[in-house]
Design a binder for this molecule. Sequence first.
Ligand SMILES: [Mn+2]
Length: 377
Amino acid sequence: MKPGARPLDVLQRILRPAGGGVYVVSTGLAEQRALQRQVYGAETDADVHARWQAALATLPEASVVTLGVPSDVGAGFTRGANRAPAALRAWLLGRPRHPLWTTVDAGDVRVVPQLLSDEMLGDAQIAATRAALYGDDPLAAGLPVSPLDLCARALACIFAVAPDVVPIVIGGDHSVGWPAFLAAHRHWEQARGLRLGLLHFDAHTDLLESRLGIKYCFATWAWHANELLGRDGRLVQVGVRASARPQAHWEDTLGVRQIRAAEANRRGAEALADEIAERFTRLGVDALYVSNDIDGTDVAYAGATGTPEPDGLTPDLVSSLTRLLAQRFPLVGGDLVEVAPPLAHGAPGEPGRTLDTAARYLGDLVQCAGTRSAPGT
Ligand SMILES: [Mn+2]
């Protein structure tokens, strides 16, 4: 990026109108265009583009912004989470009062579906993809090309024009949680001095330092987030039940608090909120970030995901705990990940049931973000 490039100019290059982040040429194109015209109430592609740009122009006045990151290159066993940002918006078209529609939708990060992180790429690949994405646009010099880097850059640009806005990121697999939390940490904690508490719903720990030599993926993002926090106990995981190691291993070696699914369901949201709030207060936490992996929720309510696990959390518990903690600590960022509509696994009622659960969680995040008192003031 050229020095002095305006953040809105960068956003127009690295994002696409809502539902358009997955690159399609023939298959899927009609579906994508139809969704975008419905989302924007537009007749033509030119109208879609104009209304998306008009939405970006309102960012400085926004209180909550949503950003889709339709990438599942960081996933493991089965893919399909790249379809969630479009599928969730399509699902909510029939619910015009859903909180999503009160946000400024910044659109989707442009996703090249074979790329994950620029750190994994050689100079020649970066140059080739940069040329494919941006042509010879002089403002595009130096822009990243991979979904995780584009997500971080987009959030930095959003904060540059709207320093009090709360971004809610719709993944994508859980690797997306890394740039989403990194951007929030840089903005709120490093620049603004607010100490973040990280509430993480998941069936898995995601606490590997690397996996098969890969630094940033669905299984490692929380390790890196915990390092950012200084391993000081501000990462609280709720719903874990599929881990090769016992709870004490993670708590003793990494300083996290891990509340496994059985304990969480036994104690209930209010007792958990009291414990976590006491912990966050003791650790000097000022504001809350929530990373919600839908597989923390029981497979009966959210089976359309890449690595579904039985004996999980109820949606009531996830929703209540999010809201109870957001009443005590302002929610300044969040992500909802691993919703994978194509992976219905043949279950009756899916993926509709998963999309309903995801819609509830997205509503929780948006409403909590929109009702916070200004943090740090
Ligand atoms: Mn996860």
